[in-house]
Design a protein around this ligand. Structure first.
Ligand SMILES: Nc1nc2c(ncn2[C@@H]2O[C@H](COP(=O)(O)OP(=O)(O)O)[C@@H](O)[C@H]2O)c(=O)[nH]1
Ligand SMILES: [Mg+2]
Length: 356
């Protein structure tokens, strides 16, 4: 870990320069250990921290980022998880499930982004009420480590009905809007000590209390649950069906389709107009098989997606523009792949989406 001399003023530019010099020194110093992998290179972050202590301690906070880990034993290892939810509709079931999560709350931070609309005003009221209740608990371990609520400064679709938001014609615009919302939320809330980011949609109304540990134990860069929906069949029986088709393995047909597209055109999954013949995780659920069976993926959905924070830190975000003809969560998986990370899914591990 680098040390720096006393700094008289909290000049952020100076601190950044010192950080860069420290990293360069550590990389090229004859005293530094030969690095065996990228993670062996110390990541040093220093930020204004007007706390107690000596002058230097007051203004400089050292984060030992080379010891920041995201492992299969996440909770035992005290790894911090940031749960992020773009929130256009507040479902009490979603909130109840959040409160039922067994991951220690002192290690959990929450972040929300709410649309700038009258619907957003309503959501904000419900969210504030719920947040105040849990954060005013007299027991410290019942409170979340931190909660951030953002108000979107970008546009949203006028109608949020399932029929309107799923129409093929609005997909490019809608996915661009969702990407902007997700990126703002991510870049505002990720901290120097965040190990994991759990993307959890607000309309996931059923999810296991051990969701974080169950996904983290696979120790994958990105891992996504299979998102289904409960419904009633024509003859009145309760049943389940696939909901999210964004988790897939690429096909030759889709590659061929994309090779003929203009740079700004996008390929979409789950639309009859655009048959891709990809392997869809939604279609290979097997109730009798092990819930922890893993499936390598090329595209991911964001309904319940756990990501190692370093994947985001290295620059993988939600492209609000066509990136290899993909946007939002599918584009994110592609970007992660270009950075050398691999996405996985758990086809038999289900979470359930609200049924409108
Ligand atoms: N901030 C924000 N969140 C949104 C917006 N539209 C949807 N969401 C949220 O983003 C997540 C995914 O959107 P959703 O409409 O459920 O997508 P779908 O289920 O794939 O059709 C959910 O948590 C929504 O509440 C929006 O315009 N702004
Ligand atoms: Mg949804």
């Amino acid at each position: 870990m680098a040390t720096v001399g006393p700094v008289r003023r909290p000049a952020s530019v100076l601190i950044i320069v010192i950080s860069l010099l420290a990293v360069v020194y550590l990389l090229f110093s004859p005293f530094s250990q030969p690095s065996t992998s990228v993670s062996a290179i110390p990541r040093v972050i220093q930020q204004n921290n007007a706390g107690k202590g000596t002058t230097a301690e007051k203004y400089i906070k050292n984060h030992k980022m080379n010891s920041l880990a995201a492992t299969a034993k996440s909770a035992d290892n005290n790894e911090k998880v940031l749960i992020l939810t773009p929130l256009a509709r507040f479902y009490p079931e979603y909130w109840e499930n959040l409160l039922k999560l067994t991951y220690p709350r002192k290690l959990v931070e929450l972040g929300f982004i709410v649309p700038r609309s009258s619907q957003g005003d309503e959501v904000l009221k419900s969210l504030n009420k719920a947040v105040n209740k849990v954060q005013s608990s007299s027991k410290k371990d019942e409170r979340f480590a931190k909660i951030t609520i953002l108000r979107q400064d970008t546009e949203s679709l006028d109608s949020q009905s399932e029929k309107d938001r799923h129409a093929l014609s609005v997909q490019k615009k809608r996915r661009a809007q969702m990407s902007l919302a997700r990126n703002s939320l991510l870049f505002t809330t990720i901290d120097a000590d965040t190990s994991w980011v759990l993307w959890l949609d607000s309309d996931i109304v059923e999810s296991p209390p051990t969701l974080i540990q169950d996904l983290a134990r696979h120790d994958k860069d990105l891992i996504v649950a299979n998102c289904f929906q409960r419904y009633t069949t024509d003859d009145g029986k309760p049943d389940i069906r696939p909901y999210d088709f964004n988790s897939w393995q690429e096909s030759d047909t889709a590659r061929e389709l994309m090779s003929k597209m203009g740079d700004d055109e996008i390929i979409l999954e789950g639309y009859a107009e655009m048959a891709t013949y990809r392997v869809l995780m939604a279609h290979i659920y097997n109730a009798k098989d092990d819930i922890h069976t893993e499936l390598p993926l090329d595209g991911v959905g964001g309904t319940a997606l756990l990501v190692k924070a370093d994947v985001h830190r290295d620059g993988a975000m939600f492209p609000p523009f066509p990136f290899y003809h993909l946007m939002e969560t599918e584009g994110f998986a592609k970007m992660a792949k270009r950075l050398g990370y691999q996405a996985f899914g758990l086809p038999n591990y289900l979470v359930y989406h609200y049924n409108e």
